[in-house]
Write a protein that binds this ligand. Structure first.
Ligand SMILES: Cc1cc2nc3c(=O)[nH]c(=O)nc-3n(C[C@H](O)[C@H](O)[C@H](O)COP(=O)(O)OP(=O)(O)OC[C@H]3O[C@@H](n4cnc5c(N)ncnc54)[C@H](O)[C@@H]3O)c2cc1C
Length: 531
């Protein structure tokens, strides 16, 4: 009798991660309805036990730095568990890396963002090189000759790991090296030097403090050239098959993201090709950063959704005090509040991918706003979802601890919170067209909810010239207004109404689970339930 197990939920397995009402509606709206079949196929794979085992193995058996071969030659390789390679193979094969840049169909970036959202719910760490490979393409186009050689391989759906001459491989992966010891946000303080070699190439010397996924084939790197900070392409293997100096000093011992290797490479006589004009390094690499920031929004929306699905599943199958948790009014309030946050994040992420797809002027400002706010919400949402599982949520096997450890990362890299918020202010100041595009977008929701109408007027007035120390406050408001505008247009009335009441008009407390009384929380939870 002591070993009879009851009131323990079954694992959340054999469901379709893509059966996500808010996601599918957004994908259709943003022009990628044609991708629904592929999304469901990927979603069903993501919902089965095998990839979930890959995810836990890839994090449990962490990447290992191998500096030398048995004979003493420097090789600077990183070994990964086979599970990592399975995850990567699916991601590249499904076109989540560079593929959209080689696909003219309208909605292709939306379809890819939705695929990333679905697949990264299985495991977030490997989405780092996937995202960088996606993001490198527009920046690399500043060097048409290099782009002509490498773009077909960066956009390929073949996962071909291992350090070999890039042009001989079936598919390539790319990373980036900006951050140095003395500064990550302030990259203009970089000290890595780039000396012209006289043949169009340069030689780099310096030490990068964070360069993730060092087993990638190609890197975009910032270094100081004679005319100032410049962007360079660094292949790990040179065209003649020899190794380019890329001495990995160590791998970082990180809070989360443990399946992914983040390294400190040292450059010493490293051969590099210029990308974009000398002295225009930030302007060039920002095209890559803009796309990885988009993926931070998508990745955070995915992390929240994955945690929410687990929380709802648990609450439906676990009883306390004679009733399933989901039927307890206070638990329903918590889950409904989390569901609102998740839907707002998902809707915004896919809207941003649509803006990229169509090259809308809205894109730059709205991605920065989304990066600030959606990434900031992730640790809070995942922490609360974890608590819905009680003690089980604190135990590794539930998967929630990994989601929790991974949660703060998207807000840190590619522009930490403050930097992101200040970037929004700078863009508003320098580029009035982007402000107009933002206001035009949010005003599409005018007339649907008086609280939104008032918030739009208030934000429009605040955009006139916010002080630097108010950046977070105004950007948070801009994000909430943008999310509310999307929800009043596209979500059910209940979702939009409760979002406006709580997020715009402030009818809630500081924690989740403080929605006002009298709301149909069961309907909000039902809409978000995993299927
Ligand atoms: C797991 C992981 C992987 C990474 N991978 C890569 C990679 O592959 N390539 C790469 O180049 N980098 C990578 N990074 C580095 C990351 O991009 C930087 O850590 C980040 O940009 C912040 O830089 P920093 O660490 O130097 O912090 P700092 O620049 O010192 O910033 C510290 C804090 O100060 C704030 N701050 C900075 N300026 C201001 C200001 N003007 N006003 C107010 N606040 C300010 C920041 O928001 C931050 O909170 C990675 C980081 C992590 C954690």
């Amino acid at each position: 009798m002591t070993h009879e197990v009851f009131n323990q939920p079954p694992p959340l397995a054999d469901h379709d991660v893509a059966a996500d009402t808010a996601l599918l509606a957004a994908v259709e709206r943003e022009g990628a309805g044609w991708a629904a079949g592929d999304l469901h196929r990927l979603g069903k794979l993501a919902g089965t036990a095998e990839p979930q085992r890959w995810a836990s193995d890839a994090n449990r058996y962490e990447p290992r730095l191998v500096t030398h071969d048995r004979y003493g030659h420097r090789i600077d390789e990183v070994e990964f568990h086979p599970a990592w390679h399975r995850l990567m193979e699916v991601a590249v094969g499904e076109g989540l890396a560079g593929a959209p840049w080689a696909d003219d169909r309208p909605g292709t970036h939306v379809a890819r963002a939705a695929g990333l959202y679905v697949w990264s719910q299985v495991e977030a760490g490997h989405s780092c090189p996937i995202s960088m490979t996606y993001a490198v393409v527009p920046a690399l186009r500043h060097a048409p000759e290099l782009s002509g050689t490498y773009e077909p391989l960066l956009t390929s759906r073949a996962y071909d790991p291992g350090l070999r001459t890039p042009a001989t491989k079936r598919g390539l992966l790319a990373g980036m090296g900006m951050t140095e010891k003395q500064g990550g946000s302030d990259v203009r303080a970089n000290t890595t030097t780039a000396t012209p070699a006289g043949d169009g190439t340069y030689r780099l010397r310096g030490h990068k403090w964070f360069t993730s996924a060092p087993m990638c084939d190609l890197f975009l790197v910032l270094a100081q050239a004679p005319a100032g900070l410049s962007c360079f392409l660094v292949p790990r293997v040179l065209p003649d098959g020899s190794r380019n100096p890329f001495r990995i000093q160590r791998l970082k011992d990180k809070l989360g993201n443990r399946s992914n290797a983040s390294s400190e490479p040292e450059f010493d006589g490293t051969v590099a090709w210029p990308v974009g004009a000398e002295g225009q390094g930030v302007r060039t690499i920002i095209e890559m950063v803009a796309m990885t920031r988009l993926d931070c929004v998508t990745g955070s929306a995915a992390g929240m959704r994955a945690a929410l699905s687990q929380a709802i599943h648990h609450a439906r199958h676990r009883s306390a005090f004679g009733r399933p948790l989901v039927a307890q009014p206070l638990m329903a309030n918590v889950l409904a509040d989390l569901a609102l946050e998740s839907e707002a994040a998902t809707t915004l992420a896919i809207r941003l991918a649509g803006a990229v797809d169509r090259g809308e002027p809205l894109r730059r400002l709205a991605i920065a706003i989304g990066k600030y706010w959606v990434c900031k919400r992730q640790p809070a949402v995942v922490g609360e979802a974890l608590e819905c599982l009680g003690g089980n949520g604190y135990v590794e096997e539930s998967g929630l601890p990994r989601l929790y450890r991974d949660a703060p990362l998207n807000s840190i890299w590619e522009g930490s919170g403050n930097v992101q918020a200040l970037d929004v202010l700078r863009t508003l100041h320098r580029d009035p067209d982007s402000r107009d595009a933002y206001l035009a977008e949010v005003r599409l929701g005018t007339g649907a909810d008086r609280r939104l109408d008032a918030a739009i007027d208030e934000v429009a007035a605040a955009l006139a010239g916010p002080a630097e120390d108010q950046a977070r406050r105004i950007v948070e408001r801009m994000a909430l207004v943008l999310q509310a505008s999307l929800l009043v247009r596209h979500a059910p009335g209940l979702t939009a109404d409760v979002f406006c009441a709580t997020r715009l008009a402030g009818d809630r407390g500081q924690a989740f689970g403080t929605l006002p009384t009298g709301i149909d929380t069961a309907a909000l939870v039902e809409r978000a339930a995993p299927r």
